[in-house]
Design a protein around this ligand. Sequence first.
Ligand code: PGA
Length: 249
Amino acid sequence: MIKPLVAGNWKMNGIAKSATQIINLNDGISGRSANCDVLICPPSTLIMAFSNMLKDSPIMLGGQDCHKNETGAHTGDIAPEMLSDAGAQYVIVGHSERRMDHKERDKDVCEKAQAGWRAGLKVILCVGELNGERSADLTLNVIERQLKNSIPEGSTPENLIIAYEPVWAIGTGLTPTTKDVEQVHSFIRNYLISSLGAEKGSNIKILYGGSVKPNNAKELMSVPNVNGALVGGASLKAEDFAQIIAAYE
Ligand code: PGA
């Protein structure tokens, strides 16, 4: 049995006073049955402060991106070792906003994933098709290319999580049908099994992301091979995020 993960990606949102959201979330989920793991990926400026606040909490922390190197002349970048030092246990790599805004290619994503492992972080690796690619019936081709070129050798259920995020569903309020989600997740599952073997491939979590909200979480999370969610907008409000987590109660 795979333990699901509900992960919140705050993107470029959150300042010191957003700590109240973390406190509310912690209060909101404490005492409830923990059928899923809970992760928040705030801006890196907040990881250390949140980590100090969450010492006795089941809420885990992650970074939203990392550089492939440990140190060096890379102004503005953050090394996975820095995320880990600040209290992160996870890092997201290959988010479509990074792929678009920073022209990250599959090869870069692969190197970032390896760097995350070097620092002892679990890697959430995002894949997903653009709207035009879906219309042209290229979804599975795109996903296959991204998986093939961005998953490093040495992947295991302990160090890798895949997040399927159709780019056109991110922040738009649109979601694929559950049938479409099922098709892509089963494709990813089969890909993982054929490339890593049944033991590893069957146990790697595959998250769905893209407009997951309190009102659709339960339906999306019940699709076969959906092992949790990567949530953007709805993770910013503790109440909404706690309701999404409650899909697993
Ligand atoms: P969204 O973002 O939930 O706001 O659509 C998801 C994501 O980008 O991870």
